[in-house]
Every structure is written in C-alpha cells, then in structure tokens.
Design a protein around this ligand. Structure first.
Ligand code: NAD
Length: 378
C-alpha cells in the first residue's frame, strides 16, 4: 500500500506527518511512500531529502490524494481534503471526534477507515510509543521555556562573574502534566530555580525527579478525576490556591501555566492583580491560551505587555519547533504502522482484538466506531 503525506494547509501549521528518517523505515515495512511537493518545507525538509530516503514526490495535492491508500496527516482534514479521500482508504490524523461530530459524519460518508491519533488509549503502557499527544505536549512545554527565556532580560542560571554575582531566575509552573513536566525539566536544565504546583498530588515525585520543588496548596482535597486527568476543585480549594499563587507571583520571575481539565475551559489561576504584583520584566507563558487561558490578561496567539509583565499566549508552540515535533510525530505514526503491519508486507490489519488499535479507530470502512469501549487494563 502507498502511504501519502500531504502538505498541511491549516494556517500557521508548520509540521509534516513524516520525515525522511521515517520514510526509510516505512519502506522497510513494505509500504510505498508518496509525499506532496513542499510538504516538509516549513520543517526544514526539502523534496530532495524525501527523495533520497526513497519517497516519490507528488507535484500537486490532487496527485497526492489520488495516489495514496493510507493518508498520514497532522491536522484534521478540511472539507476539500475530505472530498479528495478515496473510498476504501485509511486516514491517520488528529481528529478530536468529541469536538468534531460533523467531520466524523462526513468522513464516514466517504466509506473510509479513520484512526484518530488523539483517541489512543494513553493509559495502556503499550500505547506510549504511539502517544502523539504526549510527544507534542513535551515539545510545547520545552518551547514555552525557550519563549520565556527569550522574553526575559536576565540569565536563567545563577553566575558568579568578575562583574558581580547574578542570582538564578525563579520559575513557577502551574500544572505538572505532560507539558508542565517538560517545562520543569527544561527550566531546571537552564539553571533556574523551579517550583511547580498541580491539583493532583501524585505528580509531586515527578516534579522533584526533574529538579523542581513541589509547592502544595494548604487545603486537603484530592485533585485526580481519574485516568490521569484533573477535576474541577471546590471553591474552598480554589481560594487557598489563589492565596498561594499570589505569593508565588510576588516572588518569581517567570510563570508558565499549563493547567487543563479535559472538556472544560481552562481554570483562571493568575488574576490581573497577581500580574500587577510581579516584578517589572517578568514573563508569563500561558500554554492554555487556546482554551481561554489560565491568566486573566492573556491574549490568545499574541505576546502583550501588561503592568510591565510580558504575557505570551502563543497557540503555535509546537509549530515553533516544527522539525522536532514533526520527527516525534512521524515516529509515533511509524510505531503505529508497525502495529498495523505485523506481517511487514506493506498491508494493514485494523485489528479490533488489539485494545490500542480499537481505541483509536473512530471509523471502520465507513461505519462510526467511536467511542470505543474502555480498554482492558492488565
Ligand atoms: P495534561 O492534562 O497532561 O496537564 C494538565 C495539568 O494541569 C494536569 O496535570 C492537571 O492535573 C493540571 N491542572 C488542572 N487543573 C489545575 C488547577 N486548577 N491547578 C493546578 N493544576 C491543574 O495536559 P498537557 O498535555 O500537559 O497540556 C497542558 C496545556 O498545554 C493544555 O492547555 C494544552 O492545550 C496546552 N498545549 C498548548 C500547546 C501550544 O502550542 N500552546 C501545545 C500543546 C499543549
């Protein structure tokens, strides 16, 4: 079968669903690979690099969609792309079926099979190698720290120089999920003093192992809502948390917020008052900008200065590191391809006996199969 990789058309999207290193591996699994001309251009990958790895180049989107049996994509397809999907073909992409019921209907009408990489049962340890949500959030967390460092007027690490002693920057990370943990590791690696808070106390050890200090809210309430995700906290907890965050805001130089509860608007953790209390020249990176922001003064997609504090609300952190995020995403899809093609003969078997495959299959041969039953945990 031919794996086709179109150029992403979503405005501002710089990733591509495969990279030359992975093309070679897909060919070893028995697949042919067809890449649309220019597909990797925004991730520093030219057509020649794909050709050298053994891919064919399609001169146009039409040629690409017509020639592919399996489409690898990053962003969910738009109407024009759905129209070009061939009956009987397979699409592997981010889909977000809960948020996009209409898209699901349109795809089903095309009589295709759709594997939504975001629907992977992440709780299965076997699924980790295919977990693109994790790989991409890790990139975003890293990049958030780089953006913060770029907007900050001092070193991150403490230094003793002939010109005087420089104290390390203090960084506070709100939310220690995948993106938050990556941010903790990156900021600690740059030499900053790092503190972090999360409503799920279970992450405290991970924070410490990455070089951060876990700061607790002085209020007894468990924040885990099951499946590794958070729940909405009581008013009493939120009040105690606001007091602690207000204290951190006065003390630290950088705040990176990543707090997220699936399916809910982002919790507002950093108030305008807290921003006002920060030292001039401080930086906030609000990773939840797309879900409304964890900070009251965030402008999604922009960097603004309020009360002398730079507040960064970029929603394209992953695309700002497109070569890296593309490589990790392509590797996640390759790992999935290995599971689909155990026979290494370029054919795929969407095996519903396999919990990981069942979980991410949202449409099979035109029939909507989402949501999948919960996987059996070992
Ligand atoms: P995640 O679910 O792994 O982590 C979110 C964390 O926030 C969890 O640990 C949760 O317990 C914690 N949390 C929830 N409510 C909280 C509260 N009130 N106080 C403290 N902690 C709380 O999610 P993730 O994959 O790490 O993503 C984090 C954020 O980054 C999301 O908003 C996501 O959309 C965003 N993100 C942004 C980009 C970008 O380009 N800007 C890219 C990837 C992810």
């Amino acid at each position: 079968l031919i794996v086709g990789v179109p150029r992403e058309v979503f405005v501002g999207e710089k990733r591509v669903a495969t990279v030359p290193e992975v093309v070679e591996k897909l060919i070893k699994l028995g697949f042919g690979v067809l890449v649309e001309s220019g597909a990797g251009a925004l991730a520093d990958l030219d057509d020649d690099a794909y050709r050298a790895a053994g891919a064919q180049i399609a001169d146009s989107a039409a040629q690409l969609w017509a020639g592919a049996d399996i489409i690898f994509k990053v962003r969910a397809p738009n109407d024009e792309e759905v129209a070009q999907l061939r009956e009987g073909s397979t699409l592997v992409s981010f889909i977000w079926p809960a948020q996009n019921p209409e898209l699901l209907q349109k795809l089903a009408a095309k009589k295709v099979t759709v594997l939504a990489i975001d629907a992977l049962p992440r709780q299965l340890s076997r699924a980790q190698k295919m977990d693109a949500l994790t790989s991409q959030a890790g990139v975003a967390g890293y990049r958030a720290v780089i953006e913060a460092a770029n907007g900050f007027g001092r070193f991150f690490n403490g230094q003793i120089t002939a010109a005087g002693k420089v104290p390390p920057a203090k960084v506070f990370i709100a939310g220690a999920g995948v993106a938050g943990l990556a941010a903790i590791g990156t900021a600690a690696g740059l030499g900053a003093v790092v503190r972090a808070n999360d409503t799920r106390a279970e992450v405290a050890d991970q924070v410490k192992s990455l070089g951060g200090e876990f700061v607790k809210v002085d209020y007894e309430e468990e924040g885990s809502g099951g499946g590794g995700y958070a729940k909405v906290m009581s008013e009493g907890f939120q009040q105690a948390q606001r007091e602690m965050y207000a204290k951190q805001a006065r003390e630290v130089d950088i705040i990176i917020t990543t707090a997220l509860i699936p399916g809910k608007p982002a919790p507002k953790l950093i108030t305008a008052e807290m921003v006002k209390s920060m030292k001039p020249g401080s930086v906030i990176v609000d990773m939840a900008a797309e879900q409304g922001g964890n900070c009251e003064l965030t402008v999604p997609g922009e960097a603004v200065v309020r009360h002398g504090v730079t507040i960064i609300g970029y929603t394209d952190l992953v695309s700002r590191l497109s070569r890296q995020s593309s490589t990790l995403y392509a590797t996640n899809l390759f790992r999935l391809s290995e599971e689909l093609c155990k026979t290494k003969d370029g054919q795929i078997n969407v095996n519903f006996e396999d919990d990981a495959i069942r979980g991410l299959t949202v449409i099979k041969d035109g029939e909507i199969t989402w949501p999948a039953p919960a996987p059996k945990l070992p």
